[in-house]
Design a protein around this ligand. Structure first.
Ligand code: ZN
Ligand code: MN
Length: 488
């Protein structure tokens, strides 16, 4: 390990697959794991003479995401051809946006481990099409599947404002929550809906002098883990390389490296191309996009309260813990369900407990959202109130919750039919307690001795009451009656 003083700088490029029905410039439906080359047409196959037609929904989703990221939306944006030759891109160019992206100059707020907030600047966000996939599993030759070719991607580029792998991960996770809240992407990592490319370098201070290490771009990471680990690896590698060679940004070239998931190392791929290598030029087949005021307002109306803001509000407004608020706001459906129940005059903390400790577990087992369990928010609020008033125990509320997912009965009806209502009826409890006291004279004497045995004896007697009532006695009421009788 080095004792050098250094600072980490990371900027991130993120490709987010948009949740549209069809591809970016043709009518082919998006799919996943379909039979290779079953979702293609002359446009996405790059046949000569075929003409692209812009997917308006993809533009709308991109503007919505841009607004959520506090970006300026361009009044005029156009499509450019980015030339490159590769079998997964039969046109030999990718339709992208070069100098006039759809969204510019935004920021995204992230929550750090110490609870503080940090704003990461967004440089730009533009829309482009994805390439197909080259497959190298057939033996002595390669194959190409063009089902993915032409899938709409939103490419988001941040400024190099992140100073650790953990910050980068926090940003990536926040962005995932945001695009899911907005409904513009499923953001399913397993399906490659989010791909990351961090640009990493260090500013090293040695003997009062500053040195910048050459920037490395790590390509095509598709998990949060790979993102975080590859950055941590790069930090160590760049430190060691600087110590060995003294190489700085001015001397070295910007390079791209891949991440070897098995060996957990980055591997040199190539020296970075410059923009002019791509021969960008405006696509003559597509008209520029000029979003007008009316369209922008309609899109703005689709904005919602974003997850981080909502999480902070839950902590402040409902007194929930950071952890609980985080769990509730992880998905919009869960947060909406929680809030609807709270609006029915429900007890926020207890509704939260029911959702996070029971609801999410059942939903997870069933593979659905907690809001899809068939429990009306009002009934959830009623159940929470029953716990609050001591009508049922917290343990019994789990059973009632489970039954509520299977029947349309109210929580009261269910608790009654399962004999789960706690006995708070003083008259009935007094009889039971008298009997317990009569049958346990030794414990009563132990209690009255006032010695060490006193507390234990009281616990034993209360336990007997709970046993006699099969756990349905309200422990608070039973305890009060017991204490009154013991002090007589
Ligand atoms: Zn197509
Ligand atoms: Mn791109």
């Amino acid at each position: 390990m080095s004792k050098l003083d250094y600072k980490v700088l990371v900027g991130l490029e993120i490709h987010v697959q948009l949740y549209t029905r069809t591809k970016m410039f043709c009518g082919c439906a998006l799919g996943f794991a379909e039979e290779p080359n079953s979702r293609v047409c002359p446009v996405c196959l790059g046949m000569p003479g075929s003409l692209p037609v812009m997917n308006k929904q993809a533009v709308e989703y991109s503007i919505l995401a841009g607004l959520a990221l506090n970006c300026q939306i361009a009044g005029f944006t156009k499509w450019d051809r980015k030339s490159y030759y590769y079998p997964d891109l039969p046109k030999n160019y990718q339709i992208s946006q070069y100098d006039l992206p759809l969204a510019l100059n935004g920021n995204i707020e992230i929550s750090l481990a110490d609870g503080s907030l940090k704003k990461i600047r967004i440089r730009r966000a533009h829309l482009e099409e994805d390439a197909g996939k080259n497959l190298h599993t057939a033996g002595n030759f390669s194959q190409v599947d063009l089902n993915r070719a032409g899938t709409p991607l939103l490419e988001i580029v941040t400024e190099p404002d992140m100073e650790s792998a953990a910050e980068v991960r926090a940003l990536a996770e926040e962005l995932q929550r945001i695009v899911r809240y907005l409904g513009v992407s499923e953001a399913d990592m397993q399906k490659g809906h989010m791909r990351f490319e961090p640009n990493v370098n260090l500013i090293i201070t040695r003997a009062g002098q500053q040195f910048k290490t050459p920037i490395v771009e790590v390509k095509n990471l598709n998990s949060f883990r790979a993102l975080e680990n590859s950055i941590n690896y790069e930090i160590e590698r760049q430190l060691e390389r600087f110590l060995e060679t003294g190489e700085t940004m001015e001397m070295g070239n910007k390079s791209t490296r891949g991440w070897d998931d098995a060996k957990e190392v980055t591997v040199l791929q190539r020296e970075k191309e410059e923009a002019h290598d791509y021969r960008y030029f405006p696509d003559p087949d597509l008209v520029p996009v000029q979003p007008d005021e009316k369209w922008l307002i309609a899109i703005k109306n689709q904005l919602c309260e974003l997850p981080l803001k909502r999480c902070l509000r839950y902590i402040k407004e409902y007194g929930l813990s950071d952890y609980d608020a985080g769990v509730l706001t992880e998905t919009r459906a869960t947060a909406d369900f929680f809030e609807e129940a709270v609006k029915c005059n429900g007890d926020a903390k207890r509704i939260c407990n029911l959702i996070t400790q029971t609801g999410l577990k059942i939903a997870n087992e069933k593979g659905c959202k907690v809001s899809e369990l068939g429990i009306p928010p009002l009934q959830l609020a009623v159940l929470a109130q029953m716990v609050k008033e001591g009508l049922i125990s917290a343990t019994a509320s789990v059973t009632v919750f489970e039954k509520m997912t299977q029947s349309k009965s109210t929580p009261q009806q269910i608790a009654e039919s399962l004999n789960l209502l706690q006995k708070s009826d003083a008259g009935e409890l007094e009889g039971i307690i008298d009997e317990v006291l009569k049958n346990n004279q030794q414990a009563v004497e132990d209690f009255k001795s006032g010695g060490k045995k006193s507390g234990k004896a009281r616990g034993f007697l209360l336990g007997q009451v709970m046993q006699k009532t099969k756990g349905t006695a309200n422990p608070k009421v039973a305890g009060e009656i017991l204490d009154r009788k013991l002090s007589q």
